[in-house]
Design a protein around this ligand. Structure first.
Ligand SMILES: C[S@@+](CC[C@H](N)C(=O)[O-])C[C@H]1O[C@@H](n2cnc3c(N)ncnc32)[C@H](O)[C@@H]1O
Length: 657
């Protein structure tokens, strides 16, 4: 995938390699040699990537005036995070590892516009490493994002046709064996391709990669088709024919006979029956599967209960009806006609004018109501979409721009996605209590889609939106995240243009987070209680307290018999307050994060308080190192629970106190 001239890329590469020590060089060579396989190869700089990942610590800072907390809101469950998503994802790795059900992203498409920020640098159109940098940029972020997904989680990625193949190979690399497929979305209604070979390049792809437990939830609406009942079993009608002419498939062109009513049904000459008849099988010929007679005997064929039934007593009467087209029809096709084979068979028979159908039972349903992959149908096409095709009807890019303009009043952001597209994806991919992450949130469409879906189905989905400021040297004050993403969500929540807003129960709130990056060595000095409370709150309760943590004792989470606290400094008053808590809050034990856990544990033990204490600095550091990092060591007071019992019974089931 090298797109550079040899000189330039080689010089740059050699310069980079000069900084590496022997061990790093060996690693790089080993990686290079073992990577020789079918797939994508780009000038990834593995060393730079590794070094950058855990270089410093990212801590969240809540900016209350930029968030939205209506009356009664004590905790924020929705987040808007400002900054380079590389840092946002590092924070989320610490707070949301294994908790996100759906990630939807619409990354910059590598079009050459200055539309993507590569760890604080905009990548220019003329940068000849553009493909490699783009791939490396996404690789870094996708590998972090991978750790956030639940075991049944899924990531959906929008991409244009041009970059699809590159991105798909990259996704294969990051999510090996996890490819589920892709949707095609018709993104435009008119022609736009003045330069290309097509009148219009009007589709985009949505690539889907899921963990093993992932299933689409299916479309509840399609269950409404199961309106026929037999005993306690519901079934729907499905076509019993296939698209072959009677001359091509003479064996499957025959009358179906309903043994119960003694009525015959003629076959459509343009669409023969889907099953062979045992009476049409030639000698020695074997039939795979059931014959039509088997299907009738198994009660799998539906015959219309109320219909016109005729008997033509003579050939003349039959031919007369044919001439008047007064015979069974399928659409505009007459099923009895003058030169059909075996015309006289129909004289004197009871002939049904209705059409038999296949009974598709709801029980034992497999993928019946799952989406089909050519899936996102624009509204203009809706009328021609098949009734039972499970195709959600969504908007186009034009509609995305129009909807955003309605909220923001002007053209605040180029080419936002229409909320209906993301809503349709989320309706299929989420359950009502899931967390939805978009780390290329741009104008915040995903947040609006989550709110709309919650209002439609009563769900309590939460959103995490990561958006960059898009500030550059030329526009240092630009803040897309604050002025478009967060502002849009605020207006959607409070209602705009005569549209109602969203209640707290529907998720009508969010915290606005900015990120502070600290050197690990400075952590003990520069971390504020508010940093720690926000981080621990997100980790253990999945929420940020609305009241900033100023107090010396801050409740982080509460379980059935435990209380988790942040205790940035231990004074005699704080110790007294701690000791009073188990009785006041009716819990058996305390879990406390404090600067000196051993000393605190000893003090609590002296007073007979059951507690597990953790080093605050270790907790902050460990969370940033992700799963591979060192776990903070718990210190227990006598008779206290063990570390593992806290993790199993306490921290993971933490609710907001
Ligand atoms: C294609 S747009 C997404 C639009 C979004 N789906 C919507 O409907 O508004 C891609 C977004 O990614 C943002 N972006 C690019 N590099 C980024 C980075 N490193 N961190 C965070 N956002 C970034 C751009 O600012 C842009 O807003």
């Amino acid at each position: 995938m090298a797109h550079d001239t040899p000189n330039r890329s080689t010089t740059a590469l050699l310069q980079n390699l000069e900084h590496l020590n022997a061990q790093q060089l060996r690693r790089l060579l080993a990686e290079h040699l073992t990577r020789q396989k079918l797939g994508l190869y780009w000038e990834s700089n593995a060393i730079e990537r590794d070094a950058a990942l855990n270089a410093n610590v990212v801590l969240p800072r809540v900016v209350p005036q930029l968030g939205h907390a209506p009356a009664g809101c004590l905790h924020h469950r929705n987040l808007v995070i400002e900054g380079d998503n590389f840092d946002s994802l590092r924070l989320l790795r610490a707070t949301h590892g294994g908790k996100v059900r759906v990630i939807y992203i619409d990354p910059p498409y590598n079009t050459g516009n200055k539309d993507w920020v590569y760890n604080d640098k905009f990548v220019g159109a003329n940068d000849r490493w553009r493909h490699s940098q783009w791939l490396e940029f996404l690789y870094q972020r996708l590998t972090l994002a991978r750790e956030l997904l639940t075991s049944d989680g899924v990531i959906l990625v929008s991409i244009n046709d041009e970059n699809r193949s590159r991105l798909e190979l990259l996704m294969d690399e990051v999510f090996p064996g996890r490819r589920i497929g892709s949707f095609v979305w018709r993104s435009r209604s008119g022609g736009n391709d003045t330069k290309g070979a097509f009148h219009s390049t009007n589709h985009e792809h949505i690539l889907i990669y899921g963990n093993p437990g992932f299933r689409f939830s299916g479309d509840e609406k399609s269950y409404s088709m199961y309106k026929y009942e037999e005993g306690n079993r519901l079934f729907r009608l499905s076509d019993l024919t296939k698209a072959h002419d009677f001359r091509e498939r003479a064996n499957t062109y025959y009358p179906i006979f309903d043994t119960k009513t003694q009525i015959y049904y003629p076959c459509n000459p343009q669409r023969v029956w889907a099953y062979a008849s045992q009476y049409r099988v030639k000698e020695g010929q074997k039939i795979r599967g059931d014959t039509m007679e088997d299907m009738v005997a198994k009660n799998m064929v539906w015959f219309p209960p109320e219909q016109r039934v005729e008997v033509f007593e003579s050939e003349a009467a039959l031919r007369d009806a044919i001439a008047r087209r007064d015979v069974p029809m399928s659409g505009s096709t007459p099923l009895l006609f003058d030169d059909m084979p075996d015309l006289l068979f129909w004289v004197g028979k009871k002939i049904g004018f209705g059409r038999p159908a296949f009974k598709r039972f709801k029980e034992g349903l497999k993928n019946e109501n799952q989406p089909i992959s050519s899936w996102l149908t624009p509204k203009q096409e809706a009328e021609t979409a098949e009734e039972d095709s499970n195709m959600p009807i969504v908007g186009t890019t034009e509609e995305g721009s129009k909807e955003l303009k309605e909220v923001m009043g002007d053209k605040a952001f180029p080419y936002p996605k229409p909320p209906s597209v993301i809503k349709a994806l989320l309706a299929q991919a989420t359950q009502p209590n899931d967390i939805v992450l978009d780390f290329f949130a741009g104008s915040g469409t995903t947040g609006q889609a989550v709110l709309e879906l919650n209002a439609e189905d009563g769900g309590k989905r939460r959103f995490v939106l990561c958006s960059s400021t898009e500030a550059t040297a030329k526009e240092p004050d630009k803040n897309l995240c604050r002025d478009v993403c967060a502002e849009r969500i605020r207006r959607v929540i409070t209602g705009y243009g005569g549209k109602p807003g969203y209640s707290l129960a529907q998720g009508g709130e969010f915290a606005y987070l900015q990120l502070d990056t600290l050197e690990a060595a400075d952590l003990a000095f520069d971390t504020t209680p508010a940093h720690a409370a926000t981080l621990l709150g997100l980790q253990h309760a999945g929420a940020v307290p609305v009241q900033a943590a100023q107090a010396e004792l801050q409740t982080i989470a509460k379980g059935s018999d435990w209380l988790m606290l942040l205790c940035p400094s231990v004074t005699p008053q704080v110790l007294d307050a701690l000791c009073a808590l188990p009785a006041a809050q009716q819990v058996a034990r305390l879990v406390v994060y404090a600067p000196r856990p051993k000393a605190l544990a000893a003090l609590l033990a002296e007073r007979g308080i059951e507690a597990v204490t953790y080093s605050l600095a270790d907790a902050l550091l460990q969370s940033q190192a992700g799963r591979k990092g060192r776990s903070p060591e718990p210190v227990e007071t006598s008779g206290a629970v063990t570390d593992s019992s806290v993790a199993a019974g306490g921290l993971t089931e933490g609710g907001v106190a």
